[in-house]
Ligand binder design. Structure first.
Ligand SMILES: N[C@@H](CCC(=O)N[C@@H](CS)C(=O)NCC(=O)O)C(=O)O
Length: 216
């Protein structure tokens, strides 16, 4: 049995549940609450870096952190009917590149903007915040240009890059609304939200949305 340790509100956990639902792979969700000492201790016992999510595969005796590794692992051992990582080598590297761009250049600055909202008033970092906004805007320019001609991140097939893009763009829009400035990226986000795997992921996060910090 697969167990996903994470939280439905976490964008990186959403990336993995989207992939699991795409492939129709059964799993158990173990909700981690880092604010609860016992849950926190259990989670850090599983993965000392304490970043969500972590996948545990009891059948194969493996514990897999880091979402890119988790998606590789799932593609390898639990592909279901979905071919989320293309088999053709030249498509495979392009898929991994696109996935990394959504992780590193959308999620990371988006998380930076969210974390600024959580900082105490006397520890705000306006310079870092502006840098994160600029990085996110640059990546949205890139994505907007690419999505002018594409249905999914790589073209016509849904894959790992789309699993990464869905929560990344969903939360990016919350911190830097882009419907008017980046219409192709926005239309792509609408398609992602309508995709059953991500729609289900969002539905499961709904009860927790009130925890998302509003702009200070
Ligand atoms: N590179 C990691 C990033 C994971 C990550 O940043 N997870 C966030 C939640 S979306 C987290 O665990 N935050 C808790 C913390 O930093 O204390 C991955 O791809 O799995």
């Amino acid at each position: 049995m697969l167990t996903l340790h994470g939280h439905p509100l976490s964008s990186f956990c959403m990336k993995v549940t989207t992939a699991l639902y795409e492939a129709d792979t059964p799993f158990r969700y173990e909700r981690v609450d880092l604010g609860d000492p016992a849950s926190r201790e259990r989670f850090f016992g599983l993965w000392p870096l304490g970043k969500m999510p972590v996948l545990h595969d009891a059948a194969r005796g493996e514990t897999v952190p880091e979402t890119s590794a988790i998606l590789e692992y799932l593609s390898l051992h639990y592909p279901g009917d979905a071919e989320l990582t293309p088999k053709a080598p030249d498509l495979a590297w392009r898929a991994r590149l696109a996935e990394r761009i959504f992780d590193l250049h959308v999620q990371v600055p988006m998380q930076r903007i969210v974390s600024e909202r959580l900082r105490p008033a006397d520890h705000k970092d306006a310079f870092g915040l502006n840098e994160a906004r600029a990085q996110l805007a640059r990546t949205l320019d890139l994505v907007d240009g690419q999505m002018a001609e594409r249905t999914w991140a790589l073209g016509s097939s849904f894959g790992i890059a789309d699993c990464a893009a869905a929560p990344a763009l969903y939360y990016a829009h919350k911190v830097l609304p882009f419907a008017a400035t980046h219409p192709n990226a926005w239309t792509y986000l609408q398609r992602l939200e309508a995709r059953p795997s991500f729609a289900r992921t969002l539905k499961e996060a709904e009860p927790f949305f009130a925890m998302f910090p509003a702009e200070a």
